[in-house]
Structures are given as C-alpha cells and as structure tokens.
Write a protein that binds this ligand. Structure first.
Ligand code: TXA
Ligand code: MG
Length: 337
C-alpha cells in the first residue's frame, strides 16, 4: 500500500503561481465589457465570469458551462454600496451579515430589483449576491465596475476548480482568459443564505465553511436549512468525479480497497504495514484532520485521482459535527448514485 501525505503530491502543489498582473486583469475586464467570458479566482473556488447585466453574455456563459438556462447565477460585487442596484429590499439581518462577513465565503439571496435580468436569476424574483475576498477578484470587479455573474468555473455537474489549471483542464480554448490567483484558500463553495423566501426566517440553502452556528450566533437566533428553487449545488448528485466513489465507515476502509487500482482518502494512517502482501492494495492518502485544511484540498485530490483511471475512490466517512457540514455535504453529493 503506498501512502501519500497531503502536501507530498502534485494534487496539492501550488506550482509557485503568481497572481494575474494588472494588465491581465484589465484585459479580462475588457473581455467582460464586450460580452465575453473570463475565469477568475475567488477564495472559495474559481468562477466563470460574464457581465451580469448582459443577457447574451449570460447565455454564452451557460452554453459554455453546459448549464440549463433556468438555473440562477451569483452576482459578484466589490462593495455593499452596490447592493441596492440589484436587491429591491435588504432585510436588517441580511445587512448585518453582509457588514460582518463580506468580503467572504457567503452568498445572500435577496428580492431582486425589477430590472435585474431573468437570464442571471434563472427567471426567479430573487438574486444571489456575493462579495468575494480574493484580491484578484476584487481588482477585476473594481476594474470592470459592475456586477459579474459567475458560477463555479467547471463543466456542469463536475468538481469545482480550486486552481487556474483546473479551469484550463475543464475548458481549454473555450475559456481563453483564466486569471491566476493560486490555490483557493477556502476550497469549497460559499454558504448560501436565503432571505427572499421569508425575510424573518432566513434559511441556509447550501452549507459552506461559514457555518450555521457562526451565523446563528451572530444573528442571535436559530437558522435552519432549506431547499432552493433551482440550485445545482442542492441537486442530490453534483460535484462528481467520474470514478466510482464511496463514503465508507473507518472500520471498512481496508476491506473496501482490495485492488491496487483504487484510492483511499482517510485521516488515519494505513493500518496495514508496507509489505509485499499489501501490494495488491491501492493508494492510501492521509487527509488533514481539521475541516479547514480538508476543505482546501478535497477538490484537488478528487480531480487528481479522477485523472488516474482508478477503479474506485473510497472516502472515510466524516464526523457528524457542524464544522464538517460543508465538506460532508459535498462528499455526500459526490458519492450519490
Ligand atoms: O463560492 C461560490 O459561491 C462560487 C464562487 C465562484 O463565488 N460560486 C458558485 O456558483 O458556487 P454556482 O453557480 O456553482 O452555485 C451557486 C448556487 C447555485 O446552486 C444557484 O442555484 C444558487 O447559488 N443561487 C444563485 N442565485 C440564486 C437564487 N436567486 N435563488 C436560489 N439559489 C440561487
Ligand atoms: Mg457550481
């Protein structure tokens, strides 16, 4: 059994990337201006951006991503002062969260202004807004000056990208502009909180690393999970590797992986000593035992393993505790049948 530590593998390497230059960012802004697409880093995952006020640009975005037109996209802004251009109402609790947690890995669903196009909202009367904290995203948003619609920069249904290379791997020449921003620091998509359905009872539509506990502590009231109207991130099967993947209890891990062409993601060391009889078994990857580092690396690992033509990926079941909710959610969907 070969054992790999999280940092000792090309899946976790940062290849010493430097951030996109001001000139590259200005060029990306010009492309957005002319109705084209530009991918850019955020602290959660890379986004595939289009002018949020240009329905043809959104149409091109959805066509390129392979996403159905009735799914809404998040509009990215750089300042809370831009909110009233998009939202017709900003409930007090939403504003409190915005002032406390933006820029950061949180999306607020708010009632939309009538002039916000149906192309970006998927025909709903709400709009999803986020202020990302990645410096390249902020610079792009400021240079462009208006809202950028950006779903995660992956082909529909596949694993979200957490490096510029992941975006290039997915889209190649279809998305010629990918701004470099290094590996994403959060690693899984933002927490989505819906204030549009019932503003006095906001609901979490998608868990993220900003947890329900942090939000409910800050608002000083309980917050429940809900289901969004059309939210790909809430489809039962999503974020999927092509390789058959399974969530497995710790006690069954070694028995599950009996073939040298499989991989195990565990946060325990392999219990089988490295001897010849174990050569029939697969790659044992030790994952970080804290949710932040695990989240930062999991998509890179899944993409990397997915490129290796393995027979299966076995993932050790995650703790039931709230701080693991986002990673648990993504891996439950990734392994859903
Ligand atoms: O971290 C993130 O949120 C990343 C980065 C790029 O910002 N974006 C992202 O976008 O994950 P996407 O499109 O892959 O997922 C956004 C989710 C979708 O599930 C979408 O349906 C939901 O947000 N959403 C957007 N606007 C909505 C709305 N008005 N009502 C309900 N759900 C909405
Ligand atoms: Mg996505």
């Amino acid at each position: 059994m070969s054992t790999v530590l999280p940092d000792n593998n090309e899946a976790a390497q940062t290849n010493g990337s430097t951030y996109a230059s001001d000139e590259e960012i200005a060029q990306a802004a010009r492309i957005l201006e002319s109705g084209g697409l530009a991918a850019f880093p955020t602290e959660t995952v890379y986004g595939l951006g289009a002018d949020a006020a240009n329905p043809q640009a959104i149409e091109l975005l959805y066509k390129t991503k392979g996403r159905p037109a009735d799914h809404p996209s998040i509009v990215h802004l750089y300042s809370i002062e831009q909110l009233p251009l998009w939202a017709s109402r900003i409930p007090d609790d939403a504003l409190r969260l915005a002032e406390r947690f933006w820029p950061g890995p949180m999306t607020l669903i708010l009632p939309k202004r009538p002039e916000v196009s149906a192309a970006v909202t998927g025909g709903q009367n709400s709009v999803g807004i986020r202020l990302p904290s990645h410096p390249v995203a902020i610079k792009l948003l400021k240079t462009f000056g208006r809202g950028i619609a950006a779903p995660s920069a992956n082909r529909f249904g596949r694993i979200s990208p957490t490096t510029a290379q992941h975006v290039k791997d997915d889209f190649g020449a279809d998305v010629p502009v990918v701004l470099e921003g290094g590996p994403c620091q959060v690693g899984v998509e933002s927490t989505i909180i819906d204030f549009a359905s019932n503003e006095s009872e906001p609901k979490i539509l998608r868990p993220g690393m900003l947890t329900a506990e942090i939000i409910s502590d800050y608002l000083n009231k309980p917050i429940n999970f809900g289901v969004g109207a059309k939210a790909p991130g809430t489809l039962k099967k999503h974020y999927s590797p092509r390789t058959s993947s399974f969530l497995v209890p710790s006690s069954e891990l070694t028995a599950a992986c009996q073939d040298k062409n499989c991989a195990i993601l565990s946060w325990h060391a392999c219990p089988i000593p490295n001897n010849s009889s174990s050569e029939k078994q697969g790659h044992w990857i030790i994952m970080p035992d804290n949710p932040e580092d695990y989240a930062r690396r999991i998509y890179s690992w899944l993409r990397y393993l997915d490129s290796k033509q393995l027979s299966a990926i076995y993932i050790e079941q995650l703790p039931d505790s709230p701080e693991w909710a986002a990673v648990r959610d993504r891996l439950t969907r990734a392994t859903a049948r």
